[in-house]
Ligand binder design. Structure first.
Ligand SMILES: [Fe+2]
Length: 261
């Protein structure tokens, strides 16, 4: 019996040590990269998408089950979107980076911020697939089945200040998504004057390419909504607000402020 208690205690300590060392990995990778992005000490994973120690980017798991958002985003779409589309961006990004060992260790954000310094033969691949990896990693994190439906905390006040009220911001954001011809994203970004703006990018282009910090974004590629909403992108845009994770958007708002300090 004493042995069992002792063994249980040792196991608990071992698990705790593992968890602490795991959480330090992303911080260590980030600080070793000399990145221009400032770490948010509360949530460094929100500001840097680092390569693993093997020099590869990895597909992050969804932070909820595939069917968690089913009322608004169906299970099949979530499965294909994460397991096939996002996985393909990661795979293609890794293939490109593998050609240039000097790029190993850079975060995806740094690659996107410095696209024009990359070797010409991988520049477009990194733009499309590095952007795809950054955009989708953000996208999964800012959704939740437990959304409270409207902004909270500092981002709520910042939205009111920049756009007048939440409803006006929503309309502007939805319009950006609706008017994006073909595939792309609607964004709330912070610009280098620390102002909030609604923007849109084509394909998988990241706002980071324009030195804007992506606070939140909605994927308006057909692969994000077509199975449930068919050609009615506007219905998807309206429904999407029901799954926004405002806690995480607040984390990214803090990260945006740090980014431009
Ligand atoms: Fe997507």
């Amino acid at each position: 019996m004493y042995f069992k208690k002792f063994y249980g205690l040792i196991t608990t300590i071992a698990i705790a040590i593992c968890l602490i060392s795991q959480s330090n990995i992303s911080v260590a990778n980030a600080s070793e990269q000399g990145t221009s992005i400032t770490n948010n000490s509360q949530s460094p994973q929100h500001t840097l998408i680092a390569q693993a120690s093997t020099g590869e980017f990895t597909l992050p798991p969804l932070p909820y089950s595939y069917d968690a958002l089913d009322e608004y985003i169906d299970t099949e779409t979530m499965t294909l979107h994460h397991d096939k589309h996002h996985a393909a961006y990661v795979k293609n990004l890794n293939k490109a980076i593998a050609l240039y060992p000097d790029l190993q260790g850079q975060s995806v954000e740094d690659l996107l911020l410095n696209l024009d310094t990359l070797p010409e033969d991988i520049m477009t691949t990194v733009q499309n697939n590095g952007g795809g990896h950054a955009n989708h990693t953000m996208f999964w994190s800012i959704m939740t089945p437990d959304s409270n439906g409207k902004p909270t905390g500092e981002i709520a006040a910042a939205i009111d200040s920049a756009f007048g009220d939440f409803a006006t911001f929503q309309t502007e954001f939805n319009d950006a998504g609706k008017k994006r011809f073909g595939s792309g994203w609607a964004w709330l970004v912070m610009n280098d004057q620390k102002e909030l703006e609604v923007t849109s990018t084509a394909n998988q282009d990241s706002p980071l390419m324009e030195n804007q910090y992506p606070i939140m974004g909605n994927d308006v590629w057909e692969h994000a909504y077509y199975l449930k909403y068919r050609n009615k992108r506007e219905d998807y845009l309206n429904s999407w607000w029901n799954v926004v994770n405002w806690d995480e958007v607040n984390n990214r708002f803090k990260a945006a402020n740090s980014f431009f300090e």
